[in-house]
Ligand binder design. Structure first.
Ligand code: FEO
Length: 398
């Protein structure tokens, strides 16, 4: 029998671990280490379930709930977010407890009705509304566009616990429930959180910043943040610091070289450019676009100051892997980056122009004119690639 895990006085994790999922959002986001769908049961005189799980895991969630209380004892279901990984189990759950009241935002009600057509007893809530469970309570904080219009957080003041849904979460399937259970785990959780932020929340950074400031202004004591994916933050200071850094677009002295190659010439250039960058003392990551998952590349760019892109020319354009990466990078609305372009060509160039335009369209400041060579770069030209890397590195250090 699947069992609940107590995470605070009267609060139980009743979610599910999806060890096998390897992609999310239509292959937009790779989940190499699976994920969890976190649902939380808050037990007072009245009982509330905050969020549910992806539909295939409904029975697992119900089993965990029933390890604490019979299902029919649930009075309230809080839906912090409509997306199906958190609401997919609602139809099965509500068919078993049809009288439970469903608390969500107005957009949440609209979304749940559209997806499931459930004739449920909706209670629309706004920021500051409180649901009393007897001596305990839940307080709602709307969080529109973090990351859907319906999103909200639920705060449980008696345990200083913020149930933040997608925000502060990570796609990571683990046997542990708290991020701080070991240093190694904490490192992995922060890394997975960066990937989550970069690929999902990055374009909403101004809203993330405003929401954190709003919560700080509400003077809520927050000892624990329990997101709807991955590990719970028993000490939220590290993830809050990271979110502030990411939302403000604060970069590290780091460069990412993203390239692809046809017959090895641009690869030779990329290696030399990377050597030059390393010589300047930057932290450098070199990634070949065709063999690296795009959501992993995006994660590496989150805190990098410099983004260097390289491609050979084909039909006066770059290889499609670079175009696809830069299109996604653009949509994430990065700020405060600098960049440069390099690549090889045969009889006509063109890739460097397209790549440069794409970087500029993403508000990337071009640090150096594009560097291109015909066919295979010789030793002298490779040294020019190193110098190119050194100059970009010096610009980052400046
Ligand atoms: Fe984890 Fe927006 O769903």
């Amino acid at each position: 029998m699947k069992k609940a895990v107590a995470i605070a006085e009267g609060v139980h994790w009743v979610g599910a671990i999806d060890w096998d999922v390897r992609n999310f959002h239509g292959y937009h986001f790779s989940t190499h280490r699976g994920t969890t769908y976190n649902a939380y049961l808050v037990v007072g005189e009245k009982i509330a379930l905050v969020d549910t799980v992806h539909a295939p895991f409904a029975k697992e969630m119900i089993e965990r709930i029933e390890s604490v209380v019979p299902l029919e004892k649930i009075d309230f279901v809080v839906s912090n977010h409509v997306e199906m990984d958190h609401s997919g189990a609602m139809p099965e759950l509500m068919s078993r407890i049809p009288k439970a009241k469903v608390f969500c935002t107005q957009k949440g009600k609209e979304g749940l009705s559209r997806y499931y057509g459930g004739d449920w007893d909706f209670k629309v809530v706004k920021t500051g509304d409180v649901l009393h469970l007897g001596k305990k309570s839940l307080q709602f904080i709307e969080a529109p566009m973090l990351h859907w219009p319906d999103s909200m957080f639920t705060y449980h003041p008696e345990e200083s616990l913020l149930l933040s849904n997608d925000a502060f979460g990570q796609h990571l399937a683990t046997s542990e429930r708290f991020a701080e259970e070991s240093q190694e785990l904490l490192h992995d959780v922060l890394d997975a959180s960066a990937k989550y932020y970069a690929n999902i929340l990055w374009p909403f950074s101004p809203l993330v910043l405003r929401k954190i400031e709003e919560i700080v202004g509400m003077n809520l004591e927050i000892k624990t943040i329990a997101p709807a994916h991955g590990l719970i933050w028993g000490d939220p200071s590290k993830i809050l610091e990271a979110y502030m850094r990411w939302a403000k677009g604060i970069s590290k002295k780091k460069a990412v070289v993203v390239y692809d190659t046809m017959w090895g010439s641009t690869e030779r250039m990329a290696r030399a450019v990377t050597e030059g960058l390393i010589e300047t003392g930057l932290s450098v990551v070199q990634l070949r676009a065709s063999v690296t998952d795009r959501s992993d590349i995006i994660k590496e760019t989150l805190e990098a100051k410099a983004i260097l892109v390289g491609s050979p020319t084909i039909n006066n354009d770059s290889l499609s892997t670079l175009a696809a990466f830069l299109e996604e990078f653009h949509d994430l609305k990065p700020k405060g980056k600098m960049g440069a372009v390099f690549g090889s060509f045969g009889w006509a160039g063109g890739a460097e122009k397209k790549l440069g335009e794409a970087l500029k369209a993403s508000s990337v400041e071009i640090a150096e004119p594009a560097l291109t060579f015909c066919y295979r770069p010789d030793e002298e030209e490779l040294e020019k690639c190193r110098e190119f890397g050194r100059r970009v590195g010096a610009a980052v250090e400046a």
